[in-house]
Design a protein around this ligand. Structure first.
Ligand code: SF4
Length: 409
């Protein structure tokens, strides 16, 4: 009941909050010279397109992809010239490892230009082979995140992944082989597929435990409004939120025995708080979005680059930032965003909120009364119930982001 109410309120607020103004001229804020920020690079190319996917992606085409990577490097230099600096890089997609020579050159440029402490790269199971892994290790990649979703062959077939990436057993073998090659190897998994049974979920979890993978991100199935029909047709059925809660409880209990909660849905072997996770928006208060369709958040301004790859390349070649829309957050927006993101990592130190508690007292009170928060001397922590409520909140946040992307494409 409480989860349904939280979900409904979050859905309404996030969809309203992600309405950007594309009529105003979009400008990037001025840099303040600090460098504890993240550089997000978006690679929108995939060898084949999954019909239900809401990410900004197009079919791979070599010439266009090379021109795109070249523009990406120019955009990195535009940020450098404007005085921005970064301590981490996250490469997401699409499929970032679709052209390894271009990725390598781009990471080399970023490493030369900025004092990087971490580099995260997303990939797919078919790109886990000796040559690619060597290039990524040589490029100082500290975290490799592999899109697995499930090891169940029936589900992989429904998602159109079986013929692309192989059977569940083949994927498990590749993961086992690559685990240990980087400080963190993450497996992206999904729970609450319409046809997923308790047994299928338990078998997936036991496979991950047998591999001993260093990090697991277990997303709840997220269906954006625009892709709902295609996704549910492909996966065969409806999404049940009652089962989502039951599945999450199982995951949390089973994985907590061997892993630490890096976020409500990310489980890491390393209990170090600095372990990077997929949701870089939790690790970094601010991030620049580089590439077509990338979303950034710098100095209180949230912005999106153009979703047209051709326009993106042309604008960059003219020496312009390719912004399509911006939204300036009010102090109250910023406080609520901070409250939600920090608590997603399961704790919020009083220092993190500084003097902005006045903007979130209602949320604080409501979640405290719902039994979601535990107050300590220096921080607030999520309870087990709170972790599931934050799964609901973040599920709705990412669905709203996907709706925004679908709307812009
Ligand atoms: S799910 Fe992954 S591989 Fe499939 S189209 Fe989307 S980004 Fe590409």
């Amino acid at each position: 009941m409480i989860a349904s109410v939280v979900g409904a309120i979050a859905r309404k607020n996030f969809n309203a909050g992600l309405r950007f103004d594309s009529t105003q001229r979009s400008v990037l804020p001025i840099s303040d010279g600090k460098h504890e920020r993240l550089l997000y690079l978006h690679i929108p190319f995939c060898e084949q397109l999954c019909p239900y996917c809401s990410f900004h992606r197009v079919i791979f085409e070599e010439n266009l992809c090379r021109a795109y990577f070249s523009a990406l490097r120019k955009e990195i230099l535009l940020y450098k010239k404007a005085g921005w600096s970064f301590s981490g890089v996250y490469v997401g997609g699409g499929t970032p490892t679709v052209m390894l020579d271009e990725l390598k050159e781009t990471l080399k440029l970023a490493s030369n230009e900025f004092p990087l402490k971490s580099i995260s790269v997303e990939t797919n199971p078919n790109h886990l082979h000796e040559d690619s892994v060597k290039i990524l290790i040589d490029s100082s990649v500290s975290r490799l995140s592999v899109g697995v979703q499930s090891f169940d062959d029936d589900l992989l077939r429904k998602m159109g992944r079986y013929h692309k990436y192989g059977s569940g057993e083949e994927i498990a073998q590749r993961l086992k082989w690559v685990n240990g090659s980087f400080p963190t190897v993450n497996a992206d998994m999904i729970f609450n597929f319409p046809t997923q049974t308790n047994t299928v979920l338990q078998t997936d979890v036991e496979t991950l435990l047998a591999i001993g993978i260093s990090q697991i991100t277990y997303y709840p199935l997220m269906v954006s409004d625009y892709s709902r029909e295609a996704m549910l047709k492909a996966l065969g059925g409806k999404v049940s939120y009652a089962r989502e809660k039951q599945f999450y409880r199982f995951l949390s209990e089973r994985l907590s025995k061997r892993y630490h909660h890096s976020s409500a849905w990310c489980f890491s072997q390393n209990s170090n708080n600095n372990t990077a996770i997929d949701e870089y928006i939790v690790d970094f208060d601010e991030y620049a979005g580089i590439g077509s369709g990338a979303i950034g958040f710098l100095r209180g301004t949230c912005y999106a680059n153009t979703f047209s790859i051709k326009d993106y390349i042309s604008l960059i070649n003219e020496g312009l930032f390719p912004l399509a829309a911006t939204k300036i957050f009010s102090p109250a927006d910023k406080a609520r965003y901070n409250f939600m993101m920090k608590l997603f990592s399961t704790s919020l130190s009083f220092r993190d909120m500084e003097d902005s508690w006045g903007h979130v007292w209602q949320e604080l009170l409501a979640f405290r009364l719902a039994g979601a928060l535990k107050m300590g001397h220096e921080e607030i922590r999520l309870t087990a119930r709170g972790r599931y409520l934050w799964v609901v909140l973040m599920r709705e946040f990412f669905i709203a982001v996907n709706n925004f992307r679908d709307h812009c494409r």
